[in-house]
Design a protein around this ligand. Structure first.
Ligand code: WT7
Length: 632
């Protein structure tokens, strides 16, 4: 990890007050008081929230903390889908709209809680018919369509562990994830639709399962009924056929609080992606609570998170949190700039979206194309705005606040991670906002900025963002690699190390600056340098590769690769585009290098490790810091 970095001037950032009506009506009416209450009796705080949900059996103890292993709601039994579905169907929300899906041609599909409930149970029965049982892993590789969410909930219904893989990933990334989790079934669709064009997902699955012997069946949802794909009947099965004759009732599997709910892969700073494991009860309570309190969700809200359910943002704040809270959730298989840069604002207007949650990279794109796009639509329904994925820079904050929120809507800049499962640091509704700062730890979380020995740094000084206490939705392990799990808690004494650099202001507000390790955040997506490097090296022309992130005004960072060629290959534009294409096919478009430089040598330590820091400093014309370990 880095040990020093430039700290921005933090104390001159001004405050933005939020209209009093927000504070008066907020679920967490008094942040400071609530936080104090939490600190005084953390277990009582969480127990109260958990008590709002339904359980087959309640807990014996709220938590058991055995550093670095936590159990939450010990010996409780539950099923998250009971809280996502049954609870609402059995009360006044039966006919409430649970889900509105929009395609990029404005086709619309609407599910009430009642309808979603039955669709989930039918698909759950379909999975059972194929022999899927509690604990089996199911890989879901789908576009943003209702069936993607239905498949997730159906797995949870029967206790199968889902591993959702973002539909934009390439063959190599999908194959690695299927293999690591030893998935028994893969759920996919023939196509995904992007900017009016069909992309074959199934073709990618066909290749990705070639050397994945664990896969017994592939369920294919056929969307293109005019030119239906042909299925290989021995292994592939039509989604609609599978559920044609199943009962629409499927009892919820009784899950222990600590049974795994899902695995979700995230980039690591070294080697292969990590399968982050989340469990049933703590994750349920954490996402339910934050959805209600961070977004201050009310029963008549129309909630739209623009993420893909294939990322943790979608798991926690499209599916589990909002459904547990009984929200009306909008999803869209759309792109912010298609058919024009007004598409999101049109959707907000059409559906009367009240809570809108997106990423800084999208906001910066909107800033670039100008305010004529949002100004062409009626955005008065908006009540609360959110941001996630990377730092929301002050310029983007101000634009979002003025152009979209019309100086009325509070913005919650939410810091959290795949590993944390739930939002951790933000500015709770009603508290003054400070552009550039995510805010403070929410009630329920103890965050700090510390030096490498775990000592809090002075205000205005940079350090590492850490958590000092466990929280319910925290990861429990890294799938089949507990050693990597322990590293989170062993890097800095007595703390969970997030891997981010941060600064704390005198007021306690936290500004997140960026990663402290070799992870590059491109358009809000985590990409490990190691992943891109190994994709490059798998090309026959490449001997060695090193990858760095370069600041990019739109994407936050872009990827630059330094490549040493094998003997017999020479640099050319054609080779550059071949290599970029190769990474695209292996990992997917999000991990594509933006720039490739052919070099003869890479800076290395005497022990042979590539010093990316040196490459980066040279590229950006800054001081490389300590280079005493450099080879020559
Ligand atoms: C990393 C986690 C959590 C959902 C999306 C990403 C960065 C995330 C913020 C924010 C500054 C942020 C951090 C973090 N990050 N939110 N509000 N301000 N940085 O999940 O893929 O696990 O990435 O995203 O660097 O460690 P993820």
């Amino acid at each position: 990890m880095k040990e020093s970095f430039d700290v921005p001037l933090v104390e001159d950032a001004k405050y933005y007050e939020v209209d009093k009506s927000y504070k008066d009506n907020a679920r967490t009416r008094d942040y400071k008081k609530t936080y104090r209450e939490f600190l005084k009796a953390p277990d009582v705080f969480w127990e109260k929230i958990a008590g709002e949900l339904e359980w087959f059996r309640k807990w014996d103890r709220v938590k058991e903390w055995n550093y670095p292993y936590a159990k939450w709601f010990v010996n409780a039994q539950c099923n998250i889908t009971v809280n996502c579905l049954d609870r609402h169907v059995n009360d006044s929300r039966r006919n409430k709209v649970a889900l509105i899906w929009r395609g990029d041609d404005e086709e619309e599909r609407i599910f009430t809680y009642q309808k979603l409930y039955h669709e989930v149970m039918r698909f759950a029965n379909g999975l059972k018919k194929l022999g899927v049982r509690k604990g089996d892993r199911v890989c879901i590789y789908m576009p943003i369509i209702p069936e993607q969410l239905i498949a997730m909930l159906a797995c949870a219904r029967i206790g199968a562990v889902h591993s959702v893989v973002f539909g934009g990933f390439g063959v190599g990334a999908l194959n690695m994830r299927i293999q690591d989790a030893a998935a028994k079934v893969v759920v996919t669709a023939d196509i995904s639709v992007r900017r009016g064009k069909s992309i074959s997902l199934k073709a990618i699955v066909d290749e990705a399962i070639i050397n994945a012997p664990s896969v017994e069946r592939v369920i294919v949802l056929i969307r293109d009924k005019e030119q239906p794909v042909e299925l290989h009947k021995e292994i592939e099965i039509d989604y609609d056929e599978l559920i044609a004759d199943v009962p629409s009732e499927c009892p919820a599997e009784v899950m222990d609080a600590e049974d795994p709910l899902f695995i979700l892969y995230t980039s690591g700073s070294t080697g292969a992606p990590k399968g982050i494991v989340h469990t049933c009860a703590g994750y349920m309570v954490g996402t339910y609570y934050t959805t209600l309190h961070v977004f201050d969700l009310k029963d008549n809200d129309v909630y739209w998170c623009t993420a893909d359910p294939g990322w943790i943002t979608g798991h926690s704040y499209i599916v589990y949190g909002p459904f547990c809270a009984g929200a009306t959730v909008v999803i869209a298989e759309s792109t912010p700039d298609y058919p024009d840069p007004g598409s999101y604002w049109k959707l907000v207007q059409d559906l009367g979206v009240t809570i809108f949650y997106t990423a800084p990279t999208a906001i910066r794109m909107f800033m670039k194309v100008g305010e004529k796009w949002p100004n062409a639509y009626d955005l008065r329904s908006l009540r609360i705005l959110g941001s996630v994925g990377e730092p929301l820079n002050p310029e983007a904050f101000e634009w979002y606040y003025e152009m979209i929120g019309k100086k009325k809507c509070p913005i919650v800049d939410t810091w959290w991670q795949t590993e944390t499962g739930m939002q951790m640091v933000t500015t709770m509704i009603g508290e003054p906002m400070r552009p550039g700062f995510a805010g403070k730890a929410i009630p329920g979380v103890v965050a700090d900025v510390v030096d490498k020995d775990g000592k809090p740094v002075k205000p205005g000084t940079g350090g590492f963002l850490v958590m000092r206490e466990p929280w319910p939705a925290m990861l429990r392990t890294v799938y089949k690699n507990d050693e990597r799990y322990r590293k989170y808690w062993e890097t800095i004494k007595d703390c969970y190390t997030a891997g981010d650099l941060a600064v704390k202001g005198k007021d306690g507000y936290i500004m997140v600056i960026g990663r402290a390790d070799d992870i590059i955040i491109v358009s809000g997506h985590n990409i490990g340098t190691a992943e891109v490097e190994s994709a490059l090296v798998s090309h026959k022309a490449v001997a060695e590769a090193a990858v760095i992130g370069k600041p990019d005004p739109m994407k936050g960072n872009s990827i630059k690769a330094f490549v040493i060629l094998r003997v017999g290959h020479t640099p050319s534009d054609k080779l550059t585009s071949d290599l970029i294409y190769h990474v695209r096919m292996t990992l997917g478009p999000i991990a594509m290098p933006h720039e490739i430089e052919f070099v003869d040598k890479l800076p290395k330590t005497r022990s042979g490790k590539i010093m990316r820091r040196v490459l980066k400093a040279k590229e950006l014309g800054i001081d490389p810091g300590d280079i005493s370990t450099l080879e020559d």
